[in-house]
Design a protein around this ligand. Structure first.
Ligand code: ACO
Length: 367
């Protein structure tokens, strides 16, 4: 008798980008793409973002992993920021052409070994200080030392500008960091898990995940979203500009998703953050008009493929509204998502199993 095929063992279409393939089990987060729901370790995103500090959300996510020091956040992140400032001179000496993102990777690589319990906090705490220092170095400004008494949403804003940020900006950044904390087995998290499965050092998993995040189809999208909003410039131009882009077969940044077949819930959480920020500036109104025009155009252009607003559209609008330069959008994404990457890396390492799929050879036969 022939056995029914085991779906978990069936060979996926190798050209389909692993779509629909289940490659890990996790207690960390679940993306329900049909219903537009994101669950972070048993809680819906909407019940966390806007109500909990970033540190509280990280504690919640890390709870089952028994990461040393996670009970003492935010103090642990504050200490990690102080420790990370030791590597900042290296960022100052970096070649001038290096981007903020690359300087952050340089600083992360220079941290001492990160294979002890608790190093998830060391790395997650380090990224914001590397980001602020990298930005100031790239701008030819002296880096500012961290203040370990401040929290993760406050201190990076202060280190970027030298001024204590307004509370409304802190709350908006906190909302953003909680919103992007973790998101199932996306491309960068998968990368982190693959690296961790080799039992490599934790910072190597984060470095690799950063590389995967940086592309425009993933975490590199919000800068181009703002470029698009600026290029459109006025609501009356939206339909024509978008129609032209789609006619040229270009992708509209900030729309579409591999998993969501409906609206990305993170887009609404960030849009709600704009309301609490009182951001009724013309750029926000322009963005809303562009979103409406883009969704209408995508429905016409791709009637069989639901293409809705994703997290990156309102990431760009929210971060711009609190004065963050577009060159820092992807670095900030990495800084917040690091907590999720570390959690997935540790979860993967605990399985003790190397991730090693196969490829289908289509090259010439051996001569
Ligand atoms: N604009 C126009 N067309 C689109 C878009 C878009 N934003 N997204 C998908 N499509 C079209 C594709 O051109 C393709 O059309 P075709 O079948 O005629 O060739 C079809 O929809 C399916 O696209 P795929 O790339 O196969 O779908 P996939 O699930 O792999 O894509 C992705 C997901 C990469 C996010 C895509 O929607 C995209 O490129 N969006 C724009 C970039 C972006 O916003 N990235 C951020 C994603 S959120 C995040 O990673 C945090």
């Amino acid at each position: 008798m022939t056995e029914a095929p085991n779906p978990a063992r069936m060979t996926p279409d190798p050209t389909a980008g692993l779509e629909g393939v289940v490659a890990a089990t996790t207690r960390l987060s679940h993306v329900d793409g049909q219903n537009g729901v994101l669950i972070l370790r048993g809680k819906r995103l909407e019940d966390l973002a806007g109500t909990i500090s970033f540190e509280g959300a990280v504690r919640h996510l890390w709870q089952d992993l028994e990461i040393a020091g996670s009970d003492s956040l935010p103090a642990g992140f504050g200490q990690a920021r102080i420790a990370a400032f030791q590597v900042v001179p290296l960022l100052e000496q970096a070649p001038p052409g290096l981007s903020v993102f690359e300087r952050m990777q340089l600083g992360l690589a220079a941290l001492p070994e990160t294979n002890r319990p608790g190093d998830a906090a060391t790395i997650t705490g380090a990224l914001p200080v590397l980001l602020a220092a990298a930005h100031r170095c790239a701008a030819g400004l002296p880096p500012l030392a961290p203040d370990s008494t401040l929290d993760t949403a406050t201190d990076p804003l202060r280190m970027l500008t030298g001024v204590r940020p307004p509370q409304s900006h802190v709350e908006a950044l906190n909302r953003y960091l909680v919103t992007i904390l973790d998101h199932g087995l996306n491309a960068s998290t998968f990368t982190a898990r693959v690296i961790a499965s080799t039992q490599a050092d934790l910072k190597q998993a984060v470095l690799g995940a950063m590389g995967a995040l940086s592309g425009p189809l993933h975490g590199g999208a919000p800068g181009p979203v703002l470029d698009m909003i600026d290029a459109i410039g006025h609501p009356d131009n939206a339909t024509g500009w978008i129609g032209g882009a789609l006619a040229r077969k270009e992708r509209l940044m900030g729309f579409g998703h591999r998993i969501y077949r409906t609206r990305d819930p993170r887009a609404d959480v960030l849009k709600a953050g704009l309301k609490t920020l009182g951001a009724d500036n013309p750029k926000v109104q322009l963005a809303e008009r562009i979103e409406t025009a883009a969704l209408a155009a995508l429905r016409t252009a791709k009637p069989d493929r639901p293409l809705e607003t994703n997290v990156e559209f309102y990431t760009a609008v929210l971060l711009d509204a609190i004065g963050i330069d577009r060159s820092l959008f992807t670095p900030l994404f990495a800084a917040g998502r690091t907590a999720g990457w570390c959690a997935h890396a540790l979860e993967q390492q605990r399985t003790g199993k190397l991730i090693r799929p196969s490829s289908r050879y289509v090259g010439p036969p051996a001569a």
